[in-house]
Design a protein around this ligand. Structure first.
Ligand code: DQA
Length: 145
């Protein structure tokens, strides 16, 4: 089964960017973790990052045709993008929203998410382990053991 893991703007700088908030693991570490976790459930992981909203939307459209589940850290677009919300609303498979940091203890503008209203589940503040948790949950929901 195909699982998409999508990452929004500035996450390419993970590990270098505000490590006191986001930790020292890099996006390559996140990808390795997702592949390792997904592998245990027989998932084929499509892992992407973009700083451009339209690219994220195009991957959601691709997931719509092919994926059994989707994990997304929309980063700053979480708090701004009706377009990503609309794209996610076209999916019929489980969607998990992941944030590395606990957005609720940060600035008030990070407390609202456009994505949460359509997500199957939301994980925040577990570091990059949140991605692993989301993929494990997909394993349970999709009956992959
Ligand atoms: C983030 C939280 C967002 O508020 C922020 O804009 C990010 C990363 C997180 O993973 O904690 O870029 O999604």
């Amino acid at each position: 089964k195909l699982v998409f893991v999508l990452n929004g703007p500035n996450l390419n700088l993970l590990g270098k960017r505000q490590p006191q908030i986001y930790g020292s693991d890099t996006l390559a570490d996140v990808e390795a973790l997702c592949r390792q976790t997904g592998g245990a459930f027989g998932f084929d992981i499509r892992f992407h990052q973009s700083n451009a909203e339209h690219e994220i939307i195009d991957w959601i459209h691709e997931a719509r045709e092919t994926a059994s589940g989707l994990v997304i850290n929309p980063a700053a677009y979480t708090h701004t993008s009706v377009a990503i919300l609309d794209a996610l609303n076209t999916l019929e498979v489980p969607v998990f929203e992941v944030h590395i940091s606990n957005v609720h203890r940060r600035e008030p503008f990070r407390h609202h998410s456009y994505v949460s209203g359509v997500a199957t589940g939301v994980i925040a503040g577990y570091g990059i382990q949140g991605y692993e948790m989301a993929i494990r949950r997909l394993g349970t929901l999709l009956g992959q053991g």
